[in-house]
Design a protein around this ligand. Structure first.
Ligand code: SF4
Ligand code: ZN
Length: 315
């Protein structure tokens, strides 16, 4: 197969675009899609400061690299969750990647915050991924706000977005449908959140990461539930195989015609956000935010443990 652009030997074939590319033309194709994703949804400008959430996975590293190649003002932020066997590997990949490409990186350690994920899991007896997600979102937002970034970028790709959209519509979760999209404006203590890879599939991003020599991180989280998202992604893959290009059409159709309807409804009926009385983070609970509630629950379990006979100091 020949490259659609230069007619050299093709390395990547994309049915959804009815095209094949050689490595050099593929990198240009990827860059064009990122640019279209940013400019088409007005995600951020070259003058703005963008904080990029770096998990150590190929999507976030590919995003960081491409944004820096396009001259955007980017800084990476990695959250070290303190999970044995997984976090050190993720952090190592991220640090080596940023050092290799001369990119700015900040690392926030959950161990020093008293929120290492194994500790939270052992004490709280609740599904850990929900608490872990809350903690990550909290610190990404807090650091972006405190350090005055204009936007927080994540490496979510088209497959992530379409699976989430499908899941939200299966539950008709109108609150989530109202603010799903590549750009969520800054408001009430939340930084603007952006997803510049929204036009690119997992396969397309993986090809870019491979061609750019991005090191792969092979130490998955031991708590990974194997999520229902994989089932939805499998179904969507079948749809895409039968109808190439349908995923992007579905998502773009939602952005143009679905989301505005849900956003209007939510603006009329949605819950107001208030600052958490403990830390100031915006919350709709009317009380402590999710992370302050996790901290309070950890303190309660600490208190319970000092009540145990073996912890009592006899006077
Ligand atoms: Fe956190 Fe769950 Fe992801 Fe592990 S799988 S990093 S616990 S969200
Ligand atoms: Zn709080």
């Amino acid at each position: 197969m020949k490259c659609k652009i230069c007619k050299a030997e093709a390395a990547v074939a994309l049915r959804s675009h009815n095209a094949a590319f050689c490595p050099a033309c593929y990198k240009e194709f990827f860059a064009r899609q990122v640019t279209r994703g940013i400019e088409g949804q007005n995600l951020f400008s070259h003058e703005e400061r963008v904080l990029v959430a770096l998990s150590g996975g190929k999507d976030s590293l590919a995003l960081m690299l491409e944004l820096s190649r396009q001259g955007y003002n980017v800084t990476g932020l990695h959250i070290d969750l303190g999970i044995p066997g997984s976090s050190a590997a993720a952090r190592g990949v991220t640090e080596r990647f940023c050092a290799k490409h001369g990119l700015r990186l900040m690392v926030k350690e959950m161990v020093t915050e008293g929120l290492a994920i194994p500790l939270v899991k052992a004490r709280l007896h609740r599904p850990i991924c929900s608490a872990c997600g809350k903690i990550k979102r909290y610190f990404f937002n807090k650091i972006a706000m405190e350090d005055g970034y204009d936007a927080l970028a994540t490496g979510h790709n088209l497959d992530d977005e379409v699976a989430r959209l499908f899941s939200n519509t299966l539950r008709w979760d109108t609150a989530y449908l109202s603010d799903q999209g590549p750009r969520l404006d800054s408001e009430n203590g939340f930084v603007r959140k952006v997803k510049p890879l929204w036009r690119l599939t997992e396969f397309e991003t993986a090809n870019y990461a491979f061609l750019m020599g991005i090191e792969n991180h092979y130490a998955p989280c031991p708590y990974s539930p194997g999520a229902s998202f994989s089932v939805l992604k499998g179904l969507l893959q079948q749809l895409e195989a039968a109808m190439p290009g349908r995923k992007l059409d579905y998502y773009q159709g939602f952005l143009a015609r679905g989301r505005p309807v849900f956003a209007r409804r939510e603006a009329e009926q949605g819950q107001a956000l208030r600052p958490c009385p403990q830390c100031g983070y915006p919350t709709s609970s009317g009380d402590l935010c999710g992370v302050c509630r996790i901290r309070a629950a950890l303190r309660d379990t600490d208190a319970d443990r000092t009540d145990l006979p073996e912890n009592r100091v006899e006077g």
